[in-house]
Design a protein around this ligand. Structure first.
Ligand SMILES: Nc1ncnc2c1ncn2[C@@H]1O[C@H](COP(=O)(O)OP(=O)(O)O)[C@@H](O)[C@H]1O
Ligand SMILES: [Mg+2]
Length: 366
């Protein structure tokens, strides 16, 4: 996978830009608040169809402009392609792949594959479970369009079921009459999603192990365990029928508790990943340095798993990560990325080996 060129108008502080990228390492350098992360955000937007930092598309439209657009040319193992996105305030975004209009984000995700790595990811081990679920969702959505569709359906059903729970005190009868219908649908999607997450993690674990031992030596062994909220043992998530039944049972037998809590208490929105180091929780017992190395290994594994499943090495997008790493991890990372395309932002280009240098000042690239 290679990102060839991007054209941008009125995206964040970038009024207009056209940038070509090299096959290897591309370094975006500039002082703070000049637009480095904005460019990375635009590239990632063409990959996952949403911003990695804004919750609403409109935030990405340049102040004072009505419309923002991003058009990205990339090449996969087959051919050169294009993704174009346009956003207008108050409207649904317009998406095109190779000049054909697409109806949904889920139709474009997975075409241009990327792995984003920013400083916040270094606390993936320490962070709350939501960040780790996000890690799985971004990776899996790019690999399997059906995963993203299932996840979107799940979130929609969850929203409805939560609304119903919150209205139960006022109208218990209609709650009782309809809740099982929502529970059934939720259980069905949860079972599908759980199996994807479980399988993904099993694959990722191999790569996490090897990256970690390359960085830290063979002494400590990491394990990555899928913790589904239905509390089955990880392998049991292979059996979707069983998982569906377990979830159905959980969702049907704790109505009062859920009404008390005001939300759905079981489902894949409560999943977690546990990373162990020598069979002890890394979150609780590993040193900060070990936790950061594990997080780095998880991110690199994301690229390796993608390559092993679909035969395409994704484009790596590194936002300011080199400055966050000590020299040995920096050297390791430089070695790992030397044979792939990577787009790196930094204030300090020295210390990053080789590559095309693009400078940015006040939203203008050179
Ligand atoms: N919608 C927007 N329109 C115009 N400018 C924006 C918008 N959103 C953010 N900015 C500006 O972008 C700049 C930050 O850019 P960023 O890419 O995060 O900087 P850095 O180069 O440090 O990574 C800030 O000056 C901010 O005001
Ligand atoms: Mg930045």
């Amino acid at each position: 996978m290679e990102c060839n060129r991007i054209r941008i108008t009125d995206f964040r502080n970038i009024e207009s830009a056209e940038i070509e990228f090299d096959r290897g390492v591309n370094i975006l350098c500039g002082e703070n608040a000049q637009g480095k992360t904005n460019l990375l955000e635009a590239i990632s937007f063409a990959s996952i169809g949403k911003s990695f930092r804004a919750s609403r598309d409109e935030e990405m439209i340049r102040f004072g402009a009505d419309c923002a657009s991003v058009s990205l040319d990339f090449t996969d193992s087959q051919r050169r392609q294009n993704i174009t996105l346009r956003m207008m305030a108050g409207k649904r975004k317009h998406i095109e792949k190779n000049n054909v209009k697409l109806g949904r984000v889920s139709d474009m995700v997975g075409a241009f594959r990327t792995v984003l790595f920013c400083p916040e990811h270094l606390s993936l081990i320490k962070d709350g479970p939501g960040e780790r679920r996000n890690y799985l969702d971004i990776a899996l959505s790019q690999l399997y369009p059906v995963y993203l569709k299932s996840l979107q359906r799940y979130n929609q059903i969850l929203k409805q079921r939560n609304q119903l729970i919150r209205s139960a005190e006022e109208d218990r009868r209609s709650f009782d009459a309809t809740v099982e219908l929502w529970s059934e649908q939720l259980a069905r999607e949860a079972a599908v999603i759980s199996r994807y997450r479980y399988r993904y993690l099993k694959k990722a674990e191999e790569h996490i192990k090897s990256c970690f031992s390359e960085m830290m030596g063979e002494r400590e062994k990491p394990t990555a365990v899928y913790l589904g909220s239905s509390k089955q043992s990880p392998e049991e998530y292979e059996d979707t029928e069983r998982t569906e039944a377990v979830y159905r049972e959980l969702l049907n037998s704790h109505h009062d508790r859920e009404i008390g809590a005001g939300s759905t208490l079981w489902g894949i929105h409560k999943d977690d990943i546990e990373i162990l180091l020598n069979n002890k929780s890394a979150r609780l017992y590993a040193s900060q340095g070990q936790q950061r190395s594990l997080a780095l290994a998880m991110k690199l594994a994301e690229g390796d798993v993608c390559a092993s499943i679909c035969g395409e090495t994704p484009v790596f997008l590194f936002d300011d990560v080199f400055s966050e790493l000590d020299s040995s991890r920096r050297a390791y990372l430089s070695g790992k990325i030397s044979d792939r395309q990577v787009i790196i932002t930094t204030c300090e280009p020295s210390g990053i080996a080789g590559g095309k240098i693009i400078t940015v000042k006040n939203g203008v690239f050179e």
